[in-house]
Design a protein around this ligand. Structure first.
Ligand code: BMA
Length: 317
């Protein structure tokens, strides 16, 4: 495939839902400043979003919204679903940007989210079966760390976590391992920001990893710094199925970037921040949920097999 065709394809894979944004602060049953960056999961026949809600102090908490089709008729919990314990040093300034996966072995959902602690952002873990009661397992790694998600199963006996520490001002994605979800080690650099490219300033995990026959599809956000601020866009890599610390392919171009008004204008303009995905295998559809401009929730859809074709035709790493 020529480079030009490859680029055309990249920008046509995802279609924005016509009814975007699907959730705004005006839909909320209680006063908030903004609703954005949701985790997403299929629960029975419903789509469940765990939405980051920012209050008027500037602190965030997480609230569940459910829909029968993933686009409309959202039923939102009447108050915060998972709120910071402000007596804890870990959660002092709120909870942000969750990701969810189904932990097959435990038959429970694992939610990784950012706790804003006294010492900066840390990645914390909570477990739930029903999204009404949660067991908190605490902070996993020291600050400054964000954009984390577990894989749904173990590799060679160990759980694996993708996360994004900031070290010396550099923001790359790492993968770490644990025998028990508590003690983490064997830290490895996974995906670097790419000097000169659209993802040259920072990268961080987008939604939860998606298992395909060719490997783990891992979407990420890439950031470019410009004279008028940063631009957040969506990229894709493919990781080895059994050895997910091995990156097989990396797309050259972004797949979704700020274009619609609700993506360009908001509390933080020019931000497309996908954080949850739902795969409908029957119809080969991928629903990607994202925060737009740190203000509202939107969704874009793609054919999973087309996205897989795209990444398989992208360069090997
Ligand atoms: C990142 C995170 C996200 C936010 C994005 C754009 O660092 O804090 O929550 O959406 O910046 O402001």
């Amino acid at each position: 495939m020529t480079k030009f065709l490859q680029q055309e394809k990249a920008h046509e894979l995802f279609k924005r839902y016509q009814g975007n944004p699907i959730l705004t602060q005006e839909d909320w049953p209680y006063p908030t400043n903004a609703v954005f960056n949701p985790a997403a999961v299929k629960l029975n026949t419903e789509t469940l979003l765990l939405v980051r809600v920012e209050d008027m102090r500037g602190f965030s908490h997480l609230t569940v919204a459910r829909s029968p089709d993933g686009f409309t008729n959202w039923e939102i919990d009447s108050g915060p679903t998972l709120e910071a314990d402000q007596n804890s040093r870990e959660e002092k300034f709120g909870l942000e940007d969750p990701r969810i996966i189904w932990l097959e072995e435990q038959k429970q959902f694992a939610i990784t989210y950012v706790s804003f602690s006294e010492g900066g952002p840390v990645v914390s873990l909570a477990i739930t079966k029903n999204f009404s009661t949660f067991a908190r397992l605490g902070a996993l790694l020291p600050p400054e760390d964000k954009d984390a998600c577990l894989f749904p199963r173990r590799f060679r006996g160990r759980f694996a976590l993708i996360h994004r520490p900031i070290v010396r001002g550099e923001a790359h994605m790492w993968i770490s391992f644990s025998p028990d979800l508590k003690h983490w080690g064997d830290h490895r650099l996974l995906i670097r920001s790419r000097t000169g490219y659209w993802d040259g300033h920072r990268v961080g995990l987008a939604c939860q990893p998606i298992e395909t026959k060719e490997g783990w599809m891992v979407f990420y956000h890439g950031v470019r710094m410009t004279a008028s601020g940063s631009i957040y866009r969506l990229g894709l890599v493919l990781l080895d199925l059994e050895e997910p610390w091995r990156v097989l392919r990396r797309g050259m171009e972004w797949l979704l970037g700020p274009r619609a008004n609700y993506e360009r204008v908001g509390d933080v303009g020019d931000v497309v921040f996908p954080s949850g995905a739902v795969v409908h295998k029957e119809t080969d559809q991928l629903h990607l949920y994202y925060g737009a401009a740190d203000c509202v929730v939107a969704v874009a859809t793609a054919n999973l097999s087309e996205v897989l074709d795209y990444i398989m035709s992208s360069p090997e790493v």
